[in-house]
Design a binder for this molecule. Structure first.
Ligand SMILES: Nc1ncnc2c1ncn2[C@@H]1O[C@H](COP(=O)(O)OP(=O)(O)OP(=O)(O)O)[C@@H](O)[C@H]1O
Length: 303
């Protein structure tokens, strides 16, 4: 049996003369949480809508388990649209049961699943309220439940965390992690990069419709040139300059920041540091996802 994997393969999409996606490619395996990040208008929603099949690509293919996504398979996706999409006058539990039935569940099965998700998402006391009367955060919890009620095989969520309070973020995170652990590929977009860094197994950074970086958070953080932070309190300003392949980037809070070329020897840098006196710190600097993202965005505006 092929491994369960959602594949977005060289998807391109234009709106008039705007290129929204150009050869967008990535895959998400069963049990993997994939964070999809990029500036406003980068193409995340367009990709997700194409993955779901509510929007047609100009070219490229979406596959699951190696086969192009057909109508039957698309019903097995749990989708949380950015624009949300609940019936405002329907009561929360009733709405979830209705959506479950629309996805092919029996009436009884859909009601049971609706109640289970209402409880799981902390909405027990709100189950019979009209969705329009719920707070935005609680509406969002119902929206997540709506994506999950039919026990989907794939989860695609457009900014599920936006506007949530910290408790709701924790609830949402745990629900997504559990879905992932049960073997469901999970893709979500977010502008909350600290959250993406914490939760996701892999991250894709999209810029102007193209995937510019894709890997585990650790791979991405280790990707650029090696950078060292060295605290040598007694050293003269030019202490590292004689070491081959080393470029001084600056001094931050008393620590010298150095960029090493591929053939530079970090032990030679350490020896040069020790030759100046005490070495209080000698560490590899690894940027946070926020910084990697900012670099990608800066390249975008410079381009
Ligand atoms: N229906 C449409 N008609 C014309 N252009 C569109 C349409 N939908 C999206 N676009 C354009 O396609 C590009 C990608 O938009 P998309 O909504 O996919 O970005 P996004 O990454 O989801 O942004 P955000 O983070 O702001 O939600 C943008 O340039 C946008 O203006």
């Amino acid at each position: 049996m092929p491994e369960s994997v959602l594949e977005i393969d060289r998807i391109s999409k234009r709106y008039g003369n705007v290129t929204a996606l150009r050869d967008m490619t990535f895959s998400v395996r069963a049990g993997e949480m994939f964070g999809f990040v990029g500036s406003n208008g980068a193409g995340k929603t367009t990709t997700m809508r194409i993955a779901l099949g509510v929007l047609a690509a100009d070219s490229g293919e979406v596959r699951f388990d190696g086969a192009p996504l057909d109508l039957r398979m698309r019903r097995r996706i749990g989708y949380m649209p950015e624009e949300r999409g609940l019936y405002p006058k329907m009561r929360a539990a009733q709405q979830l049961a209705y959506l479950g039935e629309l996805h092919g569940m029996s009436r009884h099965g859909a009601r049971e699943a609706a109640d289970r998700w209402i409880d799981r998402l902390g909405l027990t006391e709100r189950r019979d309220e009209e969705v329009q009367k719920l707070s935005l955060g609680n509406q969002q919890r119902v929206q997540l439940a709506a994506a999950l009620v039919h026990e989907p095989d794939i989860l695609v969520l457009d900014e599920p965390f936006s506007g949530l309070d910290p408790v709701a973020v924790d609830v949402m995170s745990q629900v997504l992690r559990d879905a992932c652990d049960s073997g469901v590929p999970v893709v979500f977009s977010s502008h909350q990069l600290d959250l993406v860094q914490r939760l996701c197994d892999r991250v894709g950074i999209v810029r102007k419709g193209e995937m510019v970086a894709n890997g585990t958070v650790e791979e991405l953080r280790d990707s650029g040139p090696t950078t060292l932070l060295v605290d040598v309190p007694n050293a003269p300003a030019d202490w590292a300059e004689g070491t081959a392949g080393v470029r001084k980037l600056g001094v931050e809070s008393g620590r010298t920041r150095l960029e090493l070329s591929d053939d530079a020897d970090d032990q030679a840098v350490l020896a040069a540091a020790m030759a100046t006196g005490p070495v209080r710190e000698f560490a590899r600097y690894r940027p946070a996802l926020t910084e990697l993202f900012r670099n990608a965005v800066t390249e975008e505006s410079a381009a």
